[in-house]
Structure formats: C-alpha cells, structure tokens
Design a protein around this ligand. Structure first.
Ligand SMILES: [Zn+2]
Length: 310
C-alpha cells in the first residue's frame, strides 16, 4: 500500500519548503498528496549572491512568480522574508539587504521574518539576527528561526536567549530544525518547535514519530525543508502516513502537520484557517506578467467551481 492511500483525505501545510528550487512535478505530487499550503522561507541559494539586486529579485519572486506557480497546482504559497545567516557574514552586502527588507515584509502573503538565526555563530550573524528580530517586532510578524547544524544545542539556546532579550513573545517565534536534544528546552520555554524530516540523515521520519509520542502535539510542527539539495517535498505526508501506521491519533497528526503551523503563522494576519479550508480554483490558462507554467501546445487544466466537483 502506498503512503498516499494512508493519508487520503488529509490536508497538510508544509511550513518550510524552498519551491524556487523544485519542479512542477514536485508541485503536482505535493498537491496529489494533500498539501494545500506551504511557506517558503527566504534562504541562500547554494552559492553566495554578489549584489543586493539578486536579493531584491529573489524576494520579489517569492511574493510574485512562485506564489503564482503554486496556485497553478492548487497550493497556497506563503513566504517569510529575511537575510539568511550564511550571507549575514558579508557585512557590506548585509547592510544593503537590511535596507530593502522593509519593502518586502509588508507584502501580501508574507507571514513572517525568516529564515534567520545562526549558521557558524559569528558576530556578524548575531548582529543581523538581532536587527531582524527588531524588524519583526516592529512589524508584528512571527519569526522563523533557522538553528545551526553544528553546535545545535548551544546555538538553539542562544537563539532563544537573544529573542527574549529583544522582548519577543515566544509565541511569535518558530524555532526550526529541532531534534531530540533541543525539543524539550524549546517547548519548556514556550516557543514553537519545527522539525525537518531529512531523508537518510539527522531527523528521519521514524525518529519524528517517537518525538510526537513522547511530547504530544502541542506547539510541534513538521516540515520537509526541501530545497536544491537531496531532500523530499513529500516528507510531510509520508511522515503523517507513518504516524498513522504507528497508531498516533488522527487529531494529533492533524495538529503537527497542519493546524499548529496555521495557528502560529496566522498571527501575521496574512493567512487564516477559513482561507485554507477553501480549495483554489485551478486555472492554468492564467499568466503572471505574461508567463505561464504551460509549454507550447499543452492543454491548460481549468477547474471551475472545484468546490462543487470535489
Ligand atoms: Zn530552509
């Protein structure tokens, strides 16, 4: 039996996935597996950008073209905008990026400042992390924190210490990429705990099932963090299927794969449960600034009144 049979009828919200680096096949497969919405955090692209205009175009694509592309597959696309930790280390460029962030964080579909935080835990990373916490506070937006892969436990504690120092409400902060070593502290201190399911490494979905069994569903949310590296944009529905097979209650699964992320990011005022309950009418004959997801001769899929047909 395929995992798709196990999760049929369930709805998912992948709160961390970099669709810019994924294909239309991925979008189709995600929609078929029940993913109705996603958040694309701004991050680095695998190699450093050399000028502020590259950031400007990237942020514009997250609130524009990528949002449109997702809609063509019936998926609601939200994003978080921020200067990632790695590129904070180029201070001359970081200063310029900080100047353009306010032009993007108030745009439609932006549900937070992210993904920000530490990579190598350098002084420059700390400087721009702090500056962006202030920006989020001023804008009343949730913060999506990327925790470092090296010295994770200490880096995670420090990220939370600094957020509190800046007067952020832990209920407005989503600490991502947790593991068994960090989760207890994150939950005890009142923050939201994101978990990334990485295929073959670190946090596999077997381990995720154990975390949910131990800690329950409160303030826990799961994502794929799929990007240009080896990753799986179906990690969320696959983990839900495994949870169901391992006897975890449907309501618990719903909370950690859908509802908790909605609750956390709805605080931005940019998304609501009512909105997510409504399927999108797919109309692939639409264009965005003259561009379509279709190639020559392809027939557009047009679902009028899909609420009635489905
Ligand atoms: Zn990411």
């Amino acid at each position: 039996m395929s995992f798709l049979d196990t999760v049929r009828g369930m709805k998912f919200f992948d709160m961390h996935v970099h669709m810019t680096s994924r294909t239309t096949d991925d979008y189709q497969a995600m929609a078929d597996a029940g993913i109705v919405a996603l958040i694309e955090p701004a991050f680095w692209l695998g190699q450093p950008r050399t000028g502020v205009d590259s950031f400007r175009d990237y942020f514009a694509s997250l609130v524009g073209w990528e949002r449109f592309r997702a809609s063509q597959f019936g998926i609601r696309h939200y994003c978080t905008i921020g200067l990632n930790s790695k590129e904070s280390n180029n201070e001359a460029l970081a200063e310029q990026v900080m100047e353009i962030l306010p032009l993007f964080i108030y745009k439609e579909g932006v549900v937070g400042v992210g993904e920000i935080g530490f990579d190598d835990q350098t002084p420059a990373e700390e400087k721009y992390y702090r500056a962006q916490l202030e920006l989020a506070k001023e804008a009343g937006l949730p913060v999506q924190i990327h925790t470092p892969h090296r010295d994770k436990k200490q880096g995670t504690s420090r990220s939370m210490d600094i957020a509190l120092e800046h007067g952020l409400d832990p209920g407005m902060v989503i600490v991502d990429h947790n593991n068994e070593e960090t989760v207890k502290e994150v939950l005890d201190r009142g923050f939201w705990a994101g978990f990334t399911i990485y295929p073959f490494t670190k946090m596999g979905n077997e381990r995720m099932v154990e975390v949910v069994k131990q800690y329950g569903p409160e303030r826990i949310m799961i994502n794929s963090a799929a990007d240009w590296g080896i990753s799986d944009p179906l990690a969320l529905p696959k983990t839900a299927a495994l949870m169901k097979e391992r006897g975890i209650a449907d309501e618990t699964i719903r909370l950690v794969t859908f509802q908790n992320a909605v609750t956390a990011f709805a605080q931005s005022g940019q998304l609501s449960i009512e909105e997510l309950e409504q399927p999108i009418d797919i109309d692939q004959s639409q264009r965005y600034n003259g561009s379509s997801v279709l190639r020559g001769g392809q027939a557009p899929r047009v679902d009028k009144s899909s609420t009635i047909i489905k």
